[in-house]
Ligand binder design. Structure first.
Ligand SMILES: CC(C)(COP(=O)(O)OP(=O)(O)OC[C@H]1O[C@@H](n2cnc3c(N)ncnc32)[C@H](O)[C@@H]1OP(=O)(O)O)[C@@H](O)C(=O)NCCC(=O)NCCS
Length: 123
């Protein structure tokens, strides 16, 4: 898949089930190599498996998944599926993300252009 924003209802989006009948328009996916960012995603009907089905397809294609500034609900859903809460540093910015498949090594992280990572101990 091409780098950049993957829009709802795009050809590639449809392959993943990322469609406007399931998700609100401010939801977006952003691809960089084997990494995908899932941002501001919101299901039109919660608890029907829309997000889980999308995630399962994403996991088949991308080895690294980042969900920046997750809500509590999102954190709970992802924790059950092997994601860890991670601090992402980008210059002076620092934000939390639920991540899967990231390796905390400086050279790899710089290659991804997202600063360095640090896994946070969960309560
Ligand atoms: C967080 C959010 C995106 C999750 O999407 P969702 O479509 O409701 O999530 P799903 O229905 O796929 O999964 C929720 C639960 O339903 C279960 N589920 C229900 N029907 C299912 C089905 N048919 N197949 C698989 N799982 C199903 C899932 O296993 C999951 O279980 P869990 O709560 O025990 O983890 C959604 O709650 C939402 O839009 N929230 C408001 C906005 C928000 O917080 N966005 C997050 C931004 S980071």
């Amino acid at each position: 898949m091409e780098n950049g924003i993957l829009k709802l209802d795009s050809k590639e989006g449809k392959k993943l089930g990322f469609t406007s009948n399931k998700f609100y328009p401010h939801s977006y996916l952003w691809i960089k190599g084997d990494t995908i960012f899932i941002s501001f995603i919101a299901s039109k009907k919660e608890g029907k498996g829309y997000f889980i089905r999308l995630l399962k397809k994403i996991e088949k294609v991308f080895s690294k998944i980042i969900v920046p500034t997750p809500t509590n609900r999102m954190t709970k859903i992802l924790r059950k599926r092997g994601f860890v809460l991670t601090n992402l540093h980008n210059g002076d910015d620092c934000f939390k993300a639920m991540t899967k498949g990231l390796v905390v090594q400086n050279d790899e992280i710089q290659e991804n252009g997202i600063g360095f990572l640090e896994t946070v101990d969960l309560p």
